[in-house]
Design a protein around this ligand. Structure first.
Ligand SMILES: [Zn+2]
Length: 494
């Protein structure tokens, strides 16, 4: 997480509605050749909307990834693809988000985003170009414009409801959104829109001289990644609904369609750009960036905030720009974020701050002060329906106030009391030495030596689990594949 107070919003909730934009006239789209009669915006309006959303998207998705050279590279590849689209004169903006999740999306006005998590798993430049071309397709087919008004109106509300739901026990469907944090702000495209963008993507990819099969190659990668991610999170259901590309549902139909389209592509280039891509992503941060806090097993450490805590066994943490949410899959949750320092000071301290909070009419009771490893803290409880909520507010100094919210269904509150208490007292400040010792994981290319195999190289990677699966995914290999001595492979190093 970065610095952004959230619990206030979580607790109070808010409803946001945006006026729906008026219906546009019937027009023919140059990319799809179809007549559309939808709530299109004028190109000027699209540009205006995109420019307004751009900084918000950056803030919500972890900021811009701090590597200017890599940024220029992605922009160069993207601009070259856009040149071959039906809207070559639109001014496109390509941004790498400092987000470990695998995602890409576009907003109206030519804004295209790709995460560093996606770059980590793309095999080569052609696969990355396939993703960019697909996003450009959403722009040229005007999907981004079509859905903008509805998406922004419903999803901002939903996202807040999602987080609120996880606290107050709203329907489980909305709670799911919270665990994906800011991703919820972007709705899925329809099946038709995805197929249309794939078709346009293959078109631009092949016109730019790339191997059009790269699109399908990346789809397979995405499938493997979402299965690995589901396994890491201990999910029993490995169905496609858990695909991290929640904005672009990946179906078997899309894969076979993309294969068919690549087979009849108008140009048959074979550019893959393996070396250029490898040079660019060598050293890329993998997993959490210390700037946003690092998860290692059950421990969360934030070097900039200078704090750490540990969640109970069996809890899986999700780190979003505004909060850290840990859930046990059984309705219990721990939510960490910061309180607005100004607000706390205005109200006259953490105790008064806690008493001032109001969840739909429910207020915190049983307020008591405590010492959490040398820091002043205050805690209180409330009951919302059959859900018990305990909020802990910790004061590190005049400017930094942290909150840990513990949520359980009433029937499990007694059972969770001890594990939650351990989490409370695991919260402490990091020493200078501990802060200095926190480094992100990175991708490095390594030359395969005589006698090296996947198991051996995977075992050198500093992850807790699933090393071999990650090694296979990052290197596009299957179990049992033999590595060629002298070839380059991706490994994760600390
Ligand atoms: Zn899509």
């Amino acid at each position: 997480m970065v610095f952004m107070p959230m619990i206030k919003k979580i607790l109070l909730g808010f409803i946001l509605t945006l006026p729906l934009l008026g219906l546009g006239a019937c027009s023919v789209n140059p990319a799809t050749g179809k007549s559309s009669f939808t709530a299109f915006m004028s190109p000027e309006k699209e540009k205006e909307v995109g420019a307004k959303e751009h900084p918000k998207i950056i803030e919500q998705f972890g900021g811009v990834y701090d590597d200017a050279e890599l940024g220029f590279y992605v922009a160069r590849v993207g601009a070259n693809l856009a040149r071959f689209s039906e809207m070559p004169d639109l001014e496109y903006t390509f941004t790498i988000l400092n987000d470990e999740k695998v995602n890409a999306f576009a907003v109206p006005g030519g804004y295209v985003y790709i995460t560093r998590g996606l770059l980590a798993i793309a095999a080569d430049e052609a696969e990355m170009a396939g993703v960019l071309a697909h996003e450009i397709g959403h722009i040229t087919a005007r999907h981004t414009a079509q859905r903008y008004s509805a998406t922004m109106a419903t999803n901002i509300g939903l996202q807040v409801l999602g987080v609120l739901g996880s606290v107050a026990g709203a329907p489980s469907g909305t709670g799911q959104l919270a665990s994906f944090g800011a991703q919820a702000a972007l709705k899925s495209y329809s099946r038709e829109q995805e197929l249309e963008s794939d078709e346009l993507g293959v078109r631009y990819l092949s016109r730019a001289g790339y191997d059009p099969d790269a699109m399908t190659g990346f789809f397979h990668k995405l499938k493997a990644h979402s299965e690995l991610e589901a396994a890491m999170q201990g999910r029993k259901d490995k169905s496609e609904s858990f695909n991290i590309m929640s904005t672009h549902p990946l179906t078997s139909e899309r894969i076979s369609e993309a294969e068919r389209l690549a087979g009849k592509a108008e140009a048959t280039g074979n550019l893959r750009g393996e070396t250029a891509f490898a040079n660019q992503i060598d050293g890329l941060i993998f997993g959490d960036d210390p700037e946003q806090g690092i998860r290692r097993g059950r421990v969360f450490e934030h070097p900039e905030l200078g704090i750490r805590f540990e969640v109970p066994p069996g809890f899986i943490m999700t780190n979003s720009p505004s909060s850290v949410i840990a859930k046990d899959g059984d309705g219990a949750a721990v939510i960490f974020d910061m309180a607005q320092a100004k607000k706390v000071r205005e109200l006259g301290g953490i105790s008064k701050y806690l008493s001032s909070i109001n969840i739909n009419g429910f207020k915190f009771r049983n307020i008591e002060g405590l010492d959490v490893n040398g820091m002043n803290a205050v805690t209180g409880t409330t009951k919302v329906g059959d859900v018990d909520v305990r909020l802990l507010v910790i004061s590190k100094n005049r400017d930094q106030f942290f909150q840990l919210l513990f949520r359980t269904e009433s029937k499990r509150t007694a059972e969770m009391a001890v594990p939650f208490r351990r989490t409370t007292y695991s919260f402490r400040q990091l020493s200078e030495d501990e802060i200095a010792a926190i480094h992100p994981l990175r991708i490095r290319f390594k030359t395969v030596g005589e006698g090296d195999n996947a198991e051996k190289l995977a075992a050198t990677m500093p992850m807790e689990k699933f090393n071999l699966q990650w090694f296979e995914l990052l290197n596009n290999i299957k179990a049992g594949d033999v590595l060629k001595p002298g070839s380059q492979v991706r490994v994760i190093i600390e």
